[in-house]
Design a binder for this molecule. Structure first.
Ligand code: NAP
Length: 490
């Protein structure tokens, strides 16, 4: 007779990464009785992106009560869009509350995973190697900084750092600061430093569409009410208005010709027209592509801050760095003390450079040469019992990646259950199901706004979006009620 409880307790599972989704994996495994798991974390703290990003102005643009595990509401959020340090503290607290600290091995970087003899041989940077029955790879998407090299970069005398490698020892007040990059990060940094720098130059190769938002504080009374009645927090992020707003935005981005898209564009355009007074600056800030083609930026105050006398927007191409600043292609010289590279991330790397080799020597690097892909962002053919969280083509547009990871984790738990209940020893999506899934997904991306003619981190090298092109409801359905016949068992 099969003892699935014993199988669950025996199954050795290695979770890679103790960020938002790795912690989630740990909590769900623990709840279900998979007690023989470990979480390997390359750094010395939890919270992934919220540990690495510490730049001034760091805020999540997803409402705080939606950027929360469904099972761990947080009555202590101080405002609608939570600041980075609060989010870091939230994940640290959840880790503690769910007893995960003893499950995490810090400073342990997984460098290889090879499927052989029916299981995974997992190698780590310290030279150790061990066997696992299953792996949950929760290494995140935006964690390999894109650090361009500009001519003369080494000649600049002041500090230069990437937004995700913020040098906290550098004094910012009263300094002349250059910020390169106009994504969510660059916009947040410029808004935060505009009042502090003596001069702030925002170098924008491509301007971005910005939608306004409000960031009210939660009062002490509200927080006390949340503590007394947690349902109030659930009601807040499950409110019909928020749900309808999300549905509308999803319809807009997945159908570029929809009336919802037209409404998003009109709203975003109005923000620019109404809030930037100087017509020259307004044109500098006007993108020449569709709104939301790049990830929509939500900002309460960027347009206000960028009109301060100390702030300048520069659209000219950067020609080179010199000892005391940046020279642009028009010959202008911008004197600077500090340069910040808010130049984004290599989003298609996922768990790489980890060397992952599946059944019969199939190398992930080769398989993903043209385009990273995984069934429902979780499973890869020929990589048995190897599950990703927030893998390629997850719905990571302007949505809560926590909610998305929770749905993916439901799928992972169902697949693990196939193994622990003795119905198979290995499971992965079949090549046929993956091929159909991929071709349908690629076809569906054609009608989305992400494919409407801009460059962004959503695109593969051929310009095809690697993002879920359907509704969020469809993702929820397919992950919570998976078609198990799409999976191959051995
Ligand atoms: P990003 O959106 O990829 O933006 C990178 C910026 O750097 C772009 O403006 C890009 O210009 C510019 N850039 C890159 N290489 C350059 C070069 N060689 N010369 C000049 N400019 C260059 O990166 P990000 O702002 O870090 O944001 C990444 C993602 O992180 C966001 O989309 C979002 O998902 C997430 N994020 C979220 C929040 C939040 O509140 N939830 C906050 C920050 C970040 P081009 O557009 O011309 O390529």
């Amino acid at each position: 007779m099969i003892d699935s409880a014993k199988n669950r307790a025996d199954m050795r599972i290695i979770v890679v990464g103790a960020g938002m989704s790795g912690l989630l994996a740990g909590i769900e495994l623990q709840k279900a009785g998979y007690t023989n798991f470990v979480i390997y974390e390359k750094a010395d703290k939890v919270a992934g992106t919220w540990r690495e990003n510490r730049y001034p102005g760091l805020t999540c643009d997803i409402p705080s009560h939606a950027y929360t595990y469904s099972f761990a509401p947080n009555p202590d959020w101080t405002q609608r869009y939570p600041p980075g340090p609060e989010i870091f503290a939230y994940f640290a607290r959840v880790t503690e509350e769910f007893g995960l600290n003893e499950r995490i091995v810090f400073n342990k970087e997984v460098t290889s995973a090879v499927f052989e003899d029916g299981g995974w041989t997992v190698g780590t940077a310290d030279g150790a190697s061990e066997r696992a029955d299953a792996m949950i790879v929760a290494t995140g998407i935006l964690h390999h900084p894109n650090i361009p090299t500009f001519e003369g970069q080494d000649s600049f005398k002041g500090p230069i750092f990437h937004s995700a490698r913020w040098d906290e020892s550098v004094e910012l007040d009263g300094k002349r600061i250059g910020v390169i990059g106009s994504g969510s990060t660059g916009v947040q940094i410029v808004s935060a430093l505009a009042d502090r720098a003596s001069k702030l130059v925002h170098f924008q190769r491509t301007p971005q569409w910005i939608t306004p938002g409000q960031n009210p504080q939660f009062t002490e009374e509200q927080r006390a009410a949340f503590r007394a009645n947690p349902q109030l927090m659930i009601d807040l992020h499950d409110s019909p208005e928020l749900k309808e707003g999300l549905r509308m935005f999803t319809r807009a981005v997945t159908d570029v010709n929809s009336p919802e898209m037209a409404a998003v564009e009109a709203f975003t355009r109005m923000n620019l027209e109404n809030n930037v007074q100087d017509p020259v600056l307004r044109e500098k800030l006007r993108p020449n592509y569709r709104a939301a083609c790049k990830r929509m930026i939500i900002s309460m105050d960027y347009y206000e801050k960028v009109q301060l006398p100390a702030v300048e927007v520069v659209r000219e191409k950067i020609d080179r760095f010199e000892a005391n600043g940046i020279r642009t292609a028009d010959g202008e010289f911008h004197e600077l003390d500090i340069i910040v590279l808010a130049t984004g991330f290599k989003a298609s790397s996922f768990m790489r450079p980890m060397n992952v080799v599946g059944r019969d020597g199939v190398e992930l690097n080769k398989l993903w040469d043209k385009r990273p892909s995984a069934y429902l962002a979780v499973s890869i053919p020929d990589f048995p019992n190897f599950f990703m969280l927030n893998g390629p083509s997850a719905p990571f547009g302007n949505l809560s990646s926590i909610a998305v990871a929770e749905y993916q984790m439901m799928l992972v738990m169902k697949l693990l259950e196939v193994i622990s209940s003795g119905n198979a020893r290995q499971i992965s999506v079949s090549r046929e199901a993956m091929a159909t899934y991929n071709s349908e997904l690629i076809a569906a991306t054609k009608g989305t706004v992400w494919a409407s003619g801009c460059s962004s981190w959503y695109l593969d090298p051929d310009g095809v979006p690697t993002i879920w092109p359907y509704t969020l409801e469809r993702f929820m359905e397919e992950t919570s009620e998976p078609k198990l016949d799409a999976f191959e068992r051995a």
